[in-house]
Design a protein around this ligand. Structure first.
Ligand SMILES: *[C@@H]1O[C@H](CO)[C@@H](O)[C@H](O)[C@H]1NC(C)=O
Ligand SMILES: *[C@@H]1O[C@H](CO)[C@@H](O)[C@H](O)[C@H]1NC(C)=O
Ligand SMILES: *[C@@H]1O[C@H](CO)[C@@H](O)[C@H](O)[C@H]1NC(C)=O
Ligand SMILES: *[C@@H]1O[C@H](CO)[C@@H](O)[C@H](O)[C@H]1NC(C)=O
Ligand SMILES: *[C@@H]1O[C@H](CO)[C@@H](O)[C@H](O)[C@H]1NC(C)=O
Ligand SMILES: *[C@@H]1O[C@H](CO)[C@@H](O)[C@H](O)[C@H]1NC(C)=O
Ligand SMILES: *[C@@H]1O[C@H](CO)[C@@H](O)[C@H](O)[C@H]1NC(C)=O
Ligand SMILES: *[C@@H]1O[C@H](CO)[C@@H](O)[C@H](O)[C@H]1NC(C)=O
Ligand SMILES: *[C@@H]1O[C@H](CO)[C@@H](O)[C@H](O)[C@H]1NC(C)=O
Ligand SMILES: *[C@@H]1O[C@H](CO)[C@@H](O)[C@H](O)[C@H]1NC(C)=O
Length: 546
């Protein structure tokens, strides 16, 4: 059951009813229209060997095929292009300030399409590697692309309520809600949407243009990792297709698929090995969102109720309506739910998810650094080229113990994972920037908020580590981290200090990560019987105070 919560956490689904949901498609009540292509009785694969449809190698005549040299735009260009658009999604408006500069899409938190972050406080730092440095190696930890809602989420619950009212003839929606009389719920669950595929393909293309030159230092095929969930495999393959091209990606690298299921170890899905990740404390995130929903959605509940005579519209329904905006938009390109809400309500929506992450999957949860520390152990292993031999966290010994499945000499590392893993790795590494404002309040949005899920774990989020030598040499001297293209300050990491470009001395960073591995008490934080409430949870580092 927990795996369900883990993703759901992601989804503003504060009031998920576990009893009503098994996580299986059969219990999926929401969708009123579904479609599958190609038709079940048609198979396309035969056409590959079919004489009517010879493939490209059989046809020949490919024209000239000279290859060019690799790109490395982070080193050669004066500036790297930011991710700004979200074609083909229609940009939504708000119900009050029509045509205003405010971009609703940036208020979707973990449901926002990734957009480059301008700055995490280092105003002059850019993605370009600093003058006088060479890039020796790059690390990528990315999230899957835009997906359908997770099973049992609030949009599905709302759809079920509306459809049953429509089904028994008691629905008479009027005014701006009139469309509900004929509206159908067209979303599936869990899978990547076409736009989500585009995001990962583009991430692969972008990574090739920024870091392709590092391919020259591979002696074998790259080994990149993802997990077994359908959207995770799909995301990894689209990244590879973008990076290598669809004609050659299958022969250009090896894909590790770690099992994503209760009882299996994987640092890319760490929750099932950490029992406290699924107990009442984890629920603090949902509780915080529920409390906040009652603050910021009261007006919308009143406003909409007058257009739904006879329908008991709960706060949870209104939250579901609001979440339908991002979900329909990333799946269908447009949603009629978006401009029912005001600009303030969109800011409230983002904040509700910020609360959920802070208390459930981020600095405010005492079992979060423990969940992120396994990936940090792997990072240290890769940076120091030292094989891990003790498996006492979420590490999978059979994967990480082998130089076939876990090579230590790669110039480019790519790991695919989830929003809640990126949000766990940041406190595990001690990126204190996000905790600067302290615990998030439940009754108002604080003015100087640094913890914003839209900047941390949007769809296709990416955490990039640049290993550098300054001056250029074959021995790394520095490392720095970019989250969604914004350079992270490393001041929280012991010894790193302030640097305008976010640089930390390589050996100092490695020593800091080793110290973090010692500081994070995996067994206590994941297994001990402690208790916290929203009132006394003042944690800001993802660890239980010792
Ligand atoms: C950023 O760059 C500007 C222009 O070079 C300089 O005046 C300013 O001091 C720099 N700010 C920081 C924080 O380094
Ligand atoms: C790749 O390896 C070669 C040989 O070890 C070295 O000379 C070169 O600098 C390396 N390239 C990078 C980008 O580190
Ligand atoms: C119709 O459906 C709604 C929503 O599920 C429910 O609240 C209401 O009781 C139903 N009315 C009748 C007459 O069945
Ligand atoms: C580690 O991963 C392998 C390969 O997916 C799997 O067979 C094995 O069961 C995993 N081990 C644990 C302890 O989860
Ligand atoms: C509306 O729903 C809420 C929550 O389920 C419930 O507490 C309340 O009694 C219902 N009101 C009416 C008039 O049915
Ligand atoms: C799986 O993780 C547990 C700790 O959560 C650890 O005790 C065990 O050794 C790990 N198994 C493998 C094969 O890595
Ligand atoms: C992997 O490690 C084994 C034993 O340590 C070694 O014999 C083998 O050559 C290594 N393989 C690769 C591909 O590095
Ligand atoms: C992590 O941050 C805490 C403060 O929150 C500090 O006490 C500790 O020394 C830091 N550890 C490392 C390795 O950076
Ligand atoms: C945890 O502690 C509480 C009281 O602090 C106790 O009621 C509960 O039974 C304990 N649970 C376990 C699993 O030990
Ligand atoms: C927080 O408050 C709860 C309820 O009063 C209490 O059981 C728990 O021990 C407190 N936790 C801490 C860390 O103070």
């Amino acid at each position: 059951m927990f795996w369900l919560y883990a993703f759901v956490s992601a989804a503003l689904t504060s009031q998920v009813n576990a009893a009503a949901v098994s996580g299986k498609a059969s219990s999926f009540a929401g969708s009123t229209s579904t479609f599958q292509f190609p038709p079940a009785d048609v198979t396309a694969t035969a056409s590959l060997g079919d004489s009517f449809f010879p493939d490209a190698s059989e046809v020949g005549f490919a024209g000239p095929t000279p290859t060019g040299d690799e790109a490395e735009s982070v080193a050669t260009a004066p500036a790297v292009a930011p991710v700004k658009g979200y074609f083909p999604l229609v940009r939504p408006d708000t119900s009050d300030k029509k045509g205003h500069a405010f971009d609703v899409v940036k208020s979707w938190a973990n449901l926002s399409p990734m957009q480059s972050v301008q700055s995490f406080g280092l105003v002059n730092a850019t993605e370009q590697i600093p003058e006088g440095c060479k890039i020796n190696q790059v690390f990528l930890l990315h999230r899957h692309g835009a997906r359908y809602p997770t099973s049992g989420s609030s949009p599905e619950t709302f759809a079920t309520d509306i459809h049953s009212a429509a089904g028994n003839g008691t629905l008479t929606a009027t005014g701006p809600l009139e469309f509900l009389n004929t509206w159908t719920y067209k979303l599936g669950a869990e899978l990547l949407t076409p736009f989500g595929r585009e995001q990962l393909f583009n991430l692969g293309v972008g990574f090739r243009v920024k870091y392709g030159d590092l391919l020259k230092n591979f002696t074998g095929l790259p080994v990149w990792r993802t997990t077994s969930e359908a959207r995770m495999v799909d995301s990894a393959l689209h990244f590879a297709a973008g990076f290598f091209g669809v004609q050659s990606y299958q022969s250009s690298y090896r894909q590790i698929i770690e099992i994503e299921e209760d009882g299996f170890n994987s640092t890319l899905v760490p929750w099932s090995q950490c029992p406290n990740a699924e107990n009442a404390i984890y629920e603090l995130g949902h509780d915080a969102t529920s409390a906040w929903n009652k603050v910021y959605l009261i007006d919308a509940q009143k406003r909409f109720s007058q257009y739904l005579p006879g329908f008991n519209l709960t706060i949870q329904d209104v939250a579901g309506m609001q979440a339908l905006c991002p979900y329909e938009t990333v799946a269908l390109g447009y949603s009629a739910f978006c401009d029912l809400f005001t600009e303030e309500e969109w800011k409230g929506f983002a904040y509700g998810i910020d609360l959920d992450f802070w208390y459930g999957d981020g600095p405010g949860n005492p079992a979060v650094s423990a969940q992120g520390i396994g990936w940090v152990q792997e990072l240290v292993s890769r940076l120091t080229k030292t094989r891990i031999t003790t498996f006492d966290t979420t590490l999978n010994g059979s994967i990480v113990g082998s130089n076939v499945t876990f090579p230590l000499d790669q110039p480019i590392y790519v790991d695919a994972s989830h929003d809640t893993v990126i949000s766990a790795v940041l406190p595990a590494m001690n990126f204190t920037f996000f905790a600067a404002g302290g615990p998030l309040p439940l009754d108002h949005i604080p003015e100087s908020q640094t913890y914003k899920v839209q900047e941390i774990s949007p769809f296709a989020s990416r955490l990039v580590g640049q290993v550098l030598s300054c001056p250029a040499s074959d021995t790394p001297t520095h490392i720095r981290w970019l989250l969604n293209d914004g350079v992270l300050p490393q001041t929280g990491i012991q010894g790193c200090g302030y640097d305008p470009n976010g640089l930390c001395d390589f050996d100092t960073f490695v020593a800091g990560m080793k110290q973090r591995i010692d500081e994070v008490d995996f067994v206590f934080d994941c297994y001990a019987n402690y208790s916290l409430t929203l009132q006394n949870d003042t944690i800001t580092n993802g660890q239980f105070p010792q």
